[in-house]
Design a protein. Structure first.
Length: 212
């Protein structure tokens, strides 16, 4: 069964052919938000024997203790509050073998100003912990969502959203948006100097981003 079909059917229990997901790995993923919909799917699919870029070793990060339904995933689980700078540094700076970061989490606050402060702190904490210590890091995947096209929740009905269908080349809305600040942190880090890639996956819906 191929990696994409296994993921689509939820049949990713068919792991690597030799039963050892971490042996002889070529890529090392750090999944931030591993207990969310997208993060959990990555934890299932990446270790499969025919996943592109593999064999994969996977670190999974979430704030809560590891849930029972995640125990059978071949992932090195790290309980870490990435909104806490000291906790993030202590736990993620040790991951010197990371080659790919999949950032698939966010925190919801009451106002967009609070969203900007909280989410940028979380993203910055991760980058500042990993960038200086993972010399082989080459790819950062950041999942975003509907806010790109309709603006913050508090301004729904107050600003004119983009018309559907949404496309990636639509201009930015004239409204505060925490998602638009993330690229600044990447540009200020060592990823740009090393030639690392930043890929933003802009989903038309918010399925999968509630990942803490």
């Amino acid at each position: 069964m191929s990696w994409w079909w296994a993921g689509a059917l939820g049949a990713a229990k068919q792991r690597t052919e030799n039963g050892d997901a971490f042996r002889g790995h070529r890529s090392v993923a750090l999944v931030i938000g591993v207990t969310g919909i997208v993060g959990n799917s990555l934890a299932e699919i990446l270790p499969l024997s025919d996943t592109p870029g593999g064999p994969w070793k996977v670190y999974g990060v979430a704030r809560r203790p590891r849930p029972n339904w995640n125990l059978d995933h071949p992932v090195e689980y790290i309980q870490c509050d990435i909104s806490n700078t000291a906790d993030t540094q202590a736990k993620l700076s040790k991951l010197t073998d990371v080659t790919h970061i999949f950032y698939v989490t966010w925190a919801l606050r009451f106002t967009e100003a609070e969203n900007i402060e909280a989410n940028n702190l979380m993203f910055r904490n991760v980058l500042q912990a990993v960038f200086p210590n993972a010399p082989n890091l080459k790819h950062v995947c950041l999942q975003t969502g509907l806010k790109h096209y309709v603006g913050p929740f508090e301004l729904v009905g107050k600003i004119e959203p983009h018309d559907t269908p949404y496309t990636e080349d639509l201009p930015r809305l004239s409204a505060p948006n925490f998602l638009l600040r993330f690229g600044r942190h990447f540009g200020r880090g060592s990823g740009k100097e090393r030639g690392s890639d930043l890929v933003c996956a802009q989903a038309a819906y918010n399925f999968g981003v509630f990942s803490i």
